[in-house]
Design a protein. Structure first.
Length: 154
């Protein structure tokens, strides 16, 4: 059983998009990638994510990448930004939560909560007023990593 599972995981990691970039489908396993950036503070991590990961809409509409995958690809959508920032926070021992909901325009979106404040991982120092975000669900890093519920499409 373990052998079959490993083969499925490897095959899923080799799926390619139409533009030749790897799309790492997540089928219960993890893709081991080195994350060689080690921020000293959460502020450092937030700055790094906002300035080193570029936004790219998910062609599969809601596929959630592992933080290691987003780091390796250097792009992702809002769930990927949020999970990567929460990953760094988790590594620093901080409680960074992943929050799924709707922005002020009614668009599905994923952000983080740090020190009780909603923050935009894609924009360094981007604070989101609670009144401007309709929260659907909030997750710890571990919950967000393993749930299949996070989707920013309807």
């Amino acid at each position: 059983m373990k052998k079959a599972f490993a083969i499925i995981t490897i095959i899923s990691a080799l799926i390619m998009s139409s533009c030749g970039q790897p799309i790492f489908a997540r089928i219960g396993g993890t893709l081991e990638q080195n994350i060689d950036y080690h921020p000293e503070t959460f502020d450092d991590a937030w700055y790094w994510v906002a300035n080193n990961i570029r936004y790219k809409r998910d062609p599969f509409l809601g596929l959630k990448r592992l933080p290691e995958e987003t780091y390796a690809l250097k792009y992702g959508d809002c769930e990927d930004f949020s999970l990567l920032l929460a990953y760094f926070g988790n590594q620093l021992g901080e409680d960074v939560r992943v929050v799924a909901g709707y922005d002020s325009k009614g668009n599905a979106h994923c952000v983080c909560r740090y020190n009780g404040v909603l923050i935009e991982p894609q924009e360094y120092n981007g604070i989101i007023p609670e009144s401007a975000f309709d929260i659907w669900k909030e997750y710890s890093y571990e919950e967000a990593l393993y749930t299949t519920e996070i989707r920013t499409v309807e």
